[in-house]
Design a protein around this ligand. Structure first.
Ligand code: MGD
Ligand code: MGD
Ligand code: SF4
Ligand code: MO
Length: 750
């Protein structure tokens, strides 16, 4: 690319957008400390220059008034006082060690570890957990994806067998409870959607109660009644079987359990299920036929079903749609992608349970909805302390009031964040992090197939005075806890001085001799190899380590991507701040990545078939006290989780309106812009109304991420915080994921 930089202007520098998991490559021109100009980075191997409108406003994150500049300690009266870093590190280490010594390290619960764009800090946080003996963790995935992971484990052998669609090449794309026009979820979403919609040979299918931006473009919109996807998807599967639209040759070659599954599917009363879902049976059959005859189908399920009644069952039924039609392990269809590193706990086969409520722990994550129950009890194994890193659970977990109560019941709460968040206000200590543009940073949302990409972003700016990058925060805490000594590191430092080859050998030796060091791997690399990589590059040592394990895990795929060794992969990552392709896969790799003993997909999952059989002939009747279904937390053009706190970033929908259908608005006697009170069993909020013909009668929706405190007064907020309305008990029986999209509500005009 030609450099269009005029001599007097700052250069364009590659980094990424941190507002959603796609992490589009961007180029930024920094002026002073401002991200003054932002454009899509055409060199990024995944996004190719694409961005959505939100990326251009990233300076509201970087320079907003929310930035913390000193560690804070809470006083007895609840206010905070500034303390210096040495005091903060000493006291936090001592307070957490005291909890560990009195109640065991298991009583120290770790939440977060990264948001949409920052996972390098959480990787180093593993060392802090080890130093404290903390074993229980969770993060936002435990309120959306764990049900899907559990189903992946049942079907493919392990929860880490995660699939992604290839929407760019799919003949038919299906979105279930997913609105990619606004929420993205795969590279260049709007370009890909437009191409799908424009091509008469291809089809776009959307299952969503709202006529979303994506649904409005679709060839088929199955406008289900809220919460009835299990009926819709099972009817769709029953038609596939009844009309023999399934791919028998593929099923015979690659699966087991089809006959058992088919018995259940043949019993489904198709017409009755369509009626429950509010769908015309002819339309459901047309969709089944379109999927059945397609050469390739990709499907994306997201929060519309993952945060809803029957969510784990729905994930299973969604996956059966592509499996029964053989849309697996081929171009345009579903594949099991490689990964540069993991974002969630682990993918082991054994099943752990939470210490108090005995709920299932999936991929190492405590179900988000049970966290308060693991604290607000006199059970001897209750959590006593919490470390929160790059997450805002007092705002994002169900039932904020109960979560606040839980935080206040803990002996010690430590929050590592860039802002004084709703959660930080309940902390004993707040440790201010450098922003994602002030340190080496990376996201581990590397979900593409066959070309998977990874980007390590160099800092654009020095850390804001008073802040530290997380790896350094963790290093200091771990050292204050005395987890290892300089003596433990001496031989590694000596080897690192000789070169990376020598270091790699020494590392293997050291880890074998002193196995306790393996738990601190990222920090050990930071302290030994780190200083030899160049000033300020210590945190890239962990990436060197990950490049080695990535090469060992996928030697051929990494070589196909042009990297001859783990070391060469690291070199490429460092040389390309705009991102690299780290694996290139062949389609049959998906089948090799299955982790079932016979390398077949296990189609029949007894627990879920039971749930399917038990679907009632009609959904449970609505409580007349709460006649509406509220979707609490919709993605819109003006939402970005709670990453932006400054409301000035929002160009549209400033107040985060409650969307209401025209019929309901007339019945309630409210007009566009009018005010209403929304009441649920757990709380109430006030909201501005947007009358929208995209909504079904009886269905209302509020945006995600509003109701944040943004000035000095925590009571001054803009818009409704959705989790003042949600409940921890409304959750999936298998995964414990909350029903944010299905909250019984009452709406009254004010
Ligand atoms: N602009 C923007 N983009 C984002 C984010 C953001 O905050 N703002 N957040 C990012 C994150 S963390 C995530 S997880 C993703 C989530 O991305 P999405 O899952 O696409 O986001 P939502 O809008 O929360 O929910 C998707 C859809 O579910 C539908 N829905 C509601 N009830 C039902 C139902 O009963 N059945 C079905 N089938 N659908 C239903 C809603 O109408 C909505 O269109 O977005 C990411 N992208
Ligand atoms: N009712 C309802 N609730 C929901 C949802 C919904 O749809 N409805 N969606 C759910 C979903 S899908 C998700 S993903 C969660 C998201 O909720 P959370 O996981 O709690 O996180 P985010 O809102 O993404 O906020 C991330 C935090 O990271 C901080 N941060 C940003 N950069 C840095 C950094 O460099 N270092 C550190 N240490 N901190 C940083 C931000 O200030 C912010 O506090 O919300 C969930 N909650
Ligand atoms: S799609 Fe996501 S990562 Fe890309 S620019 Fe938009 S918000 Fe940022
Ligand atoms: Mo999410």
């Amino acid at each position: 690319m030609t450099d269009t930089t005029a001599p007097h202007e700052a250069p364009w520098r590659s980094t990424a957008c941190i507002l959603c998991a796609v992490n589009c490559g961007i180029e930024v021109r920094v002026e002073g400390r401002e991200l003054a100009k932002i454009r899509g980075d055409r060199k990024h191997p995944g996004s190719l220059g694409y961005t959505c409108e939100k990326a251009f406003r990233l300076d509201h994150y970087q320079s907003g008034p929310h930035r913390l500049t000193t560690p804070l300690r809470r006083r007895a009266d609840g206010t905070f006082e500034a303390i210096d870093w040495d005091t903060a590190i000493t006291e936090v280490a001592a307070r957490l060690a005291a909890v560990r010594d009195a109640h065991g390290g298991e009583s120290i619960f770790y939440y977060g570890g990264g948001g949409q764009g920052n996972h390098l800090g959480g990787g180093h946080g593993a060392g802090l957990r080890a130093a404290l003996g903390s074993v229980f963790t969770s993060n936002a995935l435990a309120q959306e994806k764990t049900g899907e992971f559990w189903v992946d484990g049942q079907l493919f052998g392990r929860p880490r067998c995660h699939t992604s669609g290839d929407f760019e090449h799919a003949e038919v794309a299906v979105f279930v409870g997913k609105n990619p026009w606004q929420s993205h979820g795969f590279p260049r979403a709007r370009v890909v959607l437009k191409a799908l919609a424009a091509d008469p040979e291809r089809a776009l299918i959307v299952i969503d109660p709202r006529r979303t931006e994506t649904a409005a473009m679709a060839d088929f919109h199955l406008q289900v009644k809220p919460g009835t996807d299990a009926w819709c998807l099972s009817a769709l599967l029953a038609v596939l079987v009844e009309e023999d639209l399934v791919d028998h040759a593929w099923i015979d070659a690659h699966t087991r359990g089809f006959d058992a599954l088919a018995t259940h599917l043949k019993r489904i009363p198709i017409a009755a299920h369509c009626a429950v879902a509010g769908l015309d049976e002819a339309l459901v059959r047309a969709v089944a036929r379109r999927i059945g005859r397609a050469k390739s189908v990709s499907i994306f399920e997201d929060l519309g079903i993952q945060q809803n009644v029957n969510s784990t069952l729905d994930s299973y039924l969604e996956k059966l749609v592509y499996l029964l039609t053989g849309n697996f392990a081929k171009r345009g269809a579903m594949n099991i992608h490689s990964r540069f590193s993991r974002v969630s706990g682990g993918g082991g086969r054994g099943e752990r349970r939470t210490p108090v409520t005995g709920e299932r722990i999936i991929t190492g994550l405590i179900p988000a909805a049970v966290i308060p129950d693991e604290i607000l009890t006199d059970h001897p194994k209750r959590f006593r302390a919490m470390i929160v890193e790059s997450a805002n659970p007092a705002h994002s977990l169900p039932d904020s009031a109960r979560m606040r109560e839980a935080l206040d019941a803990l002996d010690c709460v430590v929050v590592i964040d860039v802002a004084l968040t709703e959660t930080a206000r309940h902390a004993h200590y707040v440790l201010p992090a450098a922003s994602q543009y002030e340190k080496w940073e990376a996201a581990f949302f590397n979900l593409e197939f066959p070309h998977n990409t990874f980007q390590l972003r160099p800092p654009l700016l020095e850390p804001l005075a008073g802040t530290l990058p997380e790896p350094e925060i963790h290093r200091r805490l771990v050292r204050a806890l005395g987890a290892y000594t300089d003596e433990d590191l001496a031989d590694l430092r000596a080897a690192a001085a000789l070169g990376r080859g020598e270091f790699a050998m020494a590392l293997m030796g050291a880890m074998a001799e002193r196995p306790h060091l393996t738990q601190y791997a990222a920090l050990v690399l930071y302290e030994t190899l780190g200083p030899t990589l160049g000033a300020g590059r210590e945190a890239t040592a962990a990436v060197w380590g990950l490049a080695q394990t990535c090469f060992m895990a996928y030697p051929e795929a990494v070589q196909r991507a042009g990297h001859e060794s783990g070391d060469a992969l690291y070199e490429a990552i460092m040389a390309h701040p705009e991102g690299v392709t780290f694996t290139v896969d062949a389609y049959d790799e998906t089948l090799r990545r299955l982790d079932t003993p016979d390398k077949r997909v296990n189609l029949a999952v007894p627990e879920l078939l039971e749930a399917l059989d038990a679907l009632p002939a009609a959904p449970p009747p609505r409580d007349p006290q709460y006649p509406f279904v509220l979707a609490a937390g919709e993605r819109r053009t003006s939402t970005a989780n709670t990453i932006f706190r400054d409301p000035a970033w929002r160009k549209k929908d400033t107040h985060g309106a409650l969307r209401v259908s025209p019929d309901d608005a007339a019945r309630l006697g409210v007009a566009d812009g009018g005010r209403v009170r929304v009441t649920t069993r757990r709380g109430h909020v006030e909201a501005v109304v947007e009358v929208s013909d995209t909504m079904l009668a009886g269905h209302v929706s509020l945006p995600n991420g509003l109701g944040l405190a943004h000035g000095d007064d925590p009571n001054v907020t803009l818009g409704a915080a959705p989790n003042e309305l949600t409940s921890t008990t409304d959750r999936d029986p298998i995964a414990g994921t909350p029903w944010h999209k299905h909250v019984a509500a009452r709406v009254e005009a004010l």
